[in-house]
Design a protein around this ligand. Structure first.
Ligand code: SF4
Length: 100
């Protein structure tokens, strides 16, 4: 475990296999989500670069946590996953609570 990682730091990834391409996530948090030319949503890193590898993961900027969680809850594909960086436990998304 990286002891420099704050306990409340979250990271997010998208399962593109289930993405419907509706763009809701990009409306909620355009700083984090963007549709690529393939019509699927991908996450963006802190340099605003699209992470085009499937299931790429980025850290959720603290001021955007609320928007990212809202996008996750409203995602029609149920394919946005938000997990705690430290222990990789999914807090929001289709697998949230699976370990409870
Ligand atoms: S909200 Fe979900 S299904 Fe819609 S584009 Fe974003 S990741 Fe894909």
């Amino acid at each position: 475990m990286d002891t420099n990682t704050p306990d409340d730091e979250l990271e997010v990834w998208i399962d593109q296999d289930l993405c419907t391409g509706d763009g809701i996530c990009a409306q909620y948090a355009p700083e984090v989500f963007e549709l690529d030319i393939d019509g699927l949503a991908y996450v963006k890193d802190e340099n605003d670069e699209l992470c085009q590898e499937p299931a790429a993961t980025v850290t959720v900027p603290l001021p955007l946590v609320r928007d990212v969680v809202a996008a996750t809850n409203d995602c029609p594909g149920d394919c946005i996953h938000v997990r705690r960086t430290n222990d990789q436990v999914e807090l929001y998304g289709p697998d949230a609570g699976a370990l409870a």
